[in-house]
Design a protein around this ligand. Structure first.
Ligand code: AMP
Length: 197
């Protein structure tokens, strides 16, 4: 099963991707995590991305192509994988289609988590407080100003993927405003339906 999780920053894609990974035994491919790992390792790629990420912009399609193309060829992706925040522009969607077709594979489903943006800002504040209470470092792009910027970037550059995947008959909407379990169960139902096809 190859699936994409779509939704604005803070919609819970990462949380739900982890749940799907546990339930279905397929890896979660988060380009955000991969890029943060590159920054932490001090690599050239990380250096090229840090400022862009800190201000809430998207890194180039070329960089995403470079990291995703290699990753999907790995052995653990044979059964399928979850693209978590890894497809954010129409150019990237076309690239994923090309890469998958080169591997003789096909995308199964795109799940859009629908959310209320103001509610997301409240959730963000809660997350910042919890992270600080644990004595952990808050992500550089986890502040209200950058968050709003990332929302705007989502609306401008990523939301066009919704009609794109609708046109390909791949899009399923799931209400992302429930509890983690409610949203997870709704996603599970969708994936069970897709698996039966
Ligand atoms: P995330 O953890 O998914 O919210 O990603 C954090 C940041 O990494 C984003 O705000 C972007 O700057 C960058 N990023 C992650 N994935 C992509 C992508 N597929 N295309 C462009 N930029 C990305």
């Amino acid at each position: 099963m190859i699936l994409i999780l779509l939704g604005p920053p803070g919609a819970g894609k990462g949380t739900q991707a982890k749940r799907i990974r546990e339930e279905r035994g397929i890896p979660q491919l988060s380009t955000g995590d991969m890029l943060r790992a590159s920054i932490a390792s001090g690599s050239l790629l990380g250096k090229r991305c840090k400022d862009i990420m800190d201000r809430g912009d998207l890194v180039s399609d070329e960089i995403i192509e470079e990291i995703v193309t290699e990753r999907v060829k790995a052995d653990d992706c044979r059964k399928g994988f979850i693209l978590d925040g890894a497809v954010r522009t129409v150019g990237q969607a076309e690239m994923i289609d090309r890469v998958l077709s080169g591997l003789g594979r096909e995308l199964d489903v795109v799940i859009e988590l629908t959310v209320d943006e103001d509610e997301l800002v409240k959730r963000l504040n809660g997350r910042i407080e919890e992270t600080m209470a644990r004595g952990e470092q808050v992500r550089a792009d986890d502040n209200v100003e950058t968050f709003r910027k990332r929302q705007a970037v989502y609306r401008e550059q990523t939301a066009p993927l919704i009609p794109y995947y609708e046109g390909h008959g791949k899009l399923v909407r799931v209400d992302g405003m429930g509890t983690i379990d409610e949203v997870g169960d709704a996603i599970s139902e969708v994936l069970d339906g897709v698996a039966k096809k």
